[in-house]
Design a protein around this ligand. Structure first.
Ligand code: ATP
Ligand code: MG
Length: 393
């Protein structure tokens, strides 16, 4: 398919179900698309009748890049590359013939499916399909009409300003526009899980800010760079974001010095929650997100999660809680974070892992073990060392 007028039609997803909020959903989505198109050239982006029109304004626009970027914008159900033309049967036929020439060359059967959004247009959609279908059948005598199971479906849409011709649309990223679901802080490690959990909540419209804990000299600069790279990969879906980097060494050393080994990880996780919460409060975020999955490791049993949640004063969203590792890996591959996640750098969690972690911890015992530490002092000291990095698509 090649054509200088080519543009994109983005069909709105779940957004259309939102009743009175619909207007703000649409506005958010259009803005998100607009922001994402900036690196692909100059486009006119308009919304009419539950469709966003992405039209290039000059020849320098990179349509392949625009198409790829739109496929990663949450809130879009389907995407088609299309060509506009005059609202006459001749013009529509001519456009379909040239724009879909390659598709016709390989198809043995086809049909035309028409939609008439412009109700003033003098022909019905069935009449349009019949006439354009007849014309195309004459132009491509080797391709027969088959309305039931065609190799190629030619779509014709008659809208207010133009007619549009396109081949079948492909699924969009689905979900809700980022920004409509509130603002949360996601705990991002270098592993497989947390990029996936971040992506899943972004798909529900949540705007993300990341927090990453580092424990130099036990963790390396490469480990931190890997996390920044994961955040970078996520910006294709989530848009630009801040990554807060919080020093965690002293907390871990204090835990190791003062607490029973079986509780190391649990107490460490309680500190992670407190620090993530401090970041969230500063940022005005209303929830935390983790990549925990029930039973995956000792700190992710039901009782261990209760010990962690004990210090949380805001919802902790755990979208992977009921997912198997194979499902998580499949999503990581699909969204493009897998290859980075498997790079072999140490995470602060793996530095002081107990040999026999408590899997059925008693909350009072953990609290009591933790009370040997200056919890508030350690939290404020770590927060004083917080830095942040802005990551852009
Ligand atoms: P992942 O694959 O995401 O690293 P995991 O299965 O290895 O997860 P844990 O290491 O116990 O599990 O971590 C559970 C969750 O805690 C992670 O999914 C992440 O949300 C958070 N987390 C762990 N380590 C860090 C870190 N260094 N910085 C920020 N968050 C972290
Ligand atoms: Mg991890």
């Amino acid at each position: 398919m090649m054509n200088n007028n080519e543009m994109l039609l983005l069909k709105l997803g779940e957004v259309v179900l939102k009743g009175l909020n619909r207007h703000s959903f649409e506005e958010k989505l259009v803005n998100n698309v607009r922001r994402r198109m900036r690196t692909c050239g100059k486009f006119q982006i308009t919304l009419r009748q539950s469709t966003i029109y992405v039209e290039p304004l000059n020849d320098e626009c990179d349509m392949d890049a625009a198409y790829a970027a739109c496929r990663q914008v949450f809130g879009i159900a389907a995407i088609a590359r299309a060509v506009p033309c005059a609202k006459t049967m001749e013009s529509i036929t001519k456009t379909a013939r040239t724009y879909l020439a390659d598709e016709f060359a390989t198809a043995r059967t086809f049909k035309v499916e028409s939609k008439r959004a412009d109700k003033l247009f003098p022909m019905t959609s069935i009449q349009i399909s019949q006439e354009v279908g007849g014309n195309l059948a004459d132009l491509f005598p080797h391709v027969a009409v088959d309305v039931h199971n065609p190799d190629l479906t030619v779509y014709v849409e008659i809208r207010e300003n133009s007619a549009y011709v396109h081949a079948p649309s492909v699924p969009g990223a689905g979900g809700l526009p980022v920004g409509m679901g509130g603002h949360a802080v996601s705990l991002l490690s270098g592993g497989l899980d947390s990029p996936v959990s971040s992506w899943m909540m972004a798909r529900r419209g949540v705007e993300l800010e990341m927090v990453h804990f580092v424990s130099p000299p036990y963790t390396s600069q490469q480990a931190q760079d890997k996390v920044l790279q994961l955040a970078q990969e996520l910006t294709a879906y989530c848009g630009r974001m801040l990554v807060h980097v919080v020093p965690f060494t002293e907390i871990q050393e204090e835990i190791r010095k003062n607490c029973p080994e079986e509780f190391f990880t649990l107490i460490m996780r309680r500190f992670m929650m407190r620090l993530a919460q401090a970041v969230a409060k500063k940022a005005g975020a209303k929830a935390l997100i983790t990549g925990e999955s029930l039973g995956q490791v000792a700190s992710q049993t039901m009782m261990a999660l209760a010990v962690t949640d004990d210090v949380a004063q805001m919802p902790v969203l755990r979208p992977l809680i009921g997912m198997d590792k194979v499902e998580i890996i499949r999503i990581a591959r699909e969204i493009g974070t897998y290859d980075t996640s498997i790079l072999p750098y140490e995470d602060c969690c793996t530095v002081f892992t107990p040999r026999h972690p408590a899997t059925r911890p008693n909350l009072d015992e953990v609290r009591e073990a933790e009370s040997r530490l200056d919890v508030e002092g350690l939290v404020s000291k770590a927060m004083a060392g917080e830095t942040w990095i802005r990551v852009k698509p």
